[in-house]
Design a protein around this ligand. Structure first.
Ligand SMILES: [Zn+2]
Length: 307
């Protein structure tokens, strides 16, 4: 019964109507459950309180990409799901005898990057009807296009690599006026259009040598810098994203485009424990360093994937 009462208390907190109470801070920090878009799963909480967690990841610099874009130190995993997020001390206190404790050594963690447009994946997704109605390659826009897209509740799949690879040539051919609305990220976000980042990867297996580059960190850097190769020109700098937007573009927003935002795209209780450990903090490093980011580890459903 005591356990049940605790759940009720926390369920209120997730509904944003709860009154803060000191008791809930003793075992699991209430902030762990605020801003959670996924359904709160009682079984995850039960396991957390009973020390039945499979793993605790602690001492990290974890960018959750939740609604508040919170930075936390730790999270706990049960089976393939994130069970709780919070401080290292809180998560370690939840660990049972069989819980693995994984020291992230201060490294930065992001939700798994999601590519909205790589050919084998997209073909399969369309076959299964998983995606939302959307505009594929929505890179060339005209004023007001965003209103039309919103009126039919469609999403847009976009390719930052096109700006990086072809921006200089496109600008020479079409001129400033016609290029004004090429990949207008700022305008689309300000108008609340749902967009996601994709590579358009087709051939060759090298992130930066393929036809259509598929290094997502080059894509993230491109939407921050809008700086094409072969020129010093910045293409319509007023259309740059900020860093939080750029990360969300390749994680939670891409998950929305592919209609999997309830399971993927952010590190929150109830979502899949899909995440990457990277070699720098891309919220704080110099912008030009973002494109050099290397992935150190990849975890899918709480299991480390070897490449
Ligand atoms: Zn394509």
């Amino acid at each position: 019964m005591r356990m049940t009462k605790r759940f009720e208390k926390r369920k209120c907190l997730t509904g944003q109507t709860g009154v803060p109470d000191e008791d809930s801070m003793r075992t699991i920090n209430r902030r762990s459950f605020l801003g959670t878009s996924a359904a709160l799963l009682p079984s995850l909480l039960l396991a957390a309180e009973n020390g039945g967690l499979d793993a605790v990841f602690y001492n990290g610099n974890i960018l959750t990409v939740d609604a508040g874009f919170r930075r936390v130190e730790a999270f706990a995993v049960l089976r393939d799901r994130i069970a709780v997020v919070g401080s290292s001390a809180e998560m370690l206190a939840l660990a049972g005898n069989k819980t693995r404790k994984i020291d992230l050594q201060g490294k930065t963690v992001l939700p798994g990057i999601i590519d909205t447009h790589a050919y084998p994946v997209m073909a399969a997704m369309y076959e299964l009807r998983f995606v939302r109605p959307g505009i594929c390659h929505g890179n060339f826009m005209f004023p007001g296009a965003w209103d039309a897209i919103k009126s039919i509740d469609a999403v847009i799949d976009m390719q930052p690599a096109w700006l990086y690879l072809d921006g200089a040539t496109l600008f020479d051919h079409f001129g400033e006026k016609r290029m004004k609305w090429f990949q207008p990220y700022r305008t689309l976000l300000d108008n609340k259009v749902r967009i996601g980042g994709g590579s358009d990867h087709i051939f060759k297996i090298e992130p930066e040598r393929a036809i259509n580059l598929y290094n997502p960190f080059l894509g993230i850097w491109t939407v921050l810098a809008r700086s094409p190769r072969w020129t010093d020109r910045i293409l319509t700098p007023e259309q740059k994203m900020n860093r939080e937007e750029a990360i969300r573009f390749y994680t939670l927003d891409s998950a929305y485009v592919l209609r999997c935002e309830k399971k993927r795209g952010s590190l929150e209780p109830g979502k899949l424990a899909d995440f990457i450990v990277i070699d720098r903090d891309i919220l704080r490093c110099p912008i030009d360093d973002v494109r050099e980011t290397k992935v150190l580890e990849t975890w899918l459903g709480g299991k480390k994937i070897a490449f």
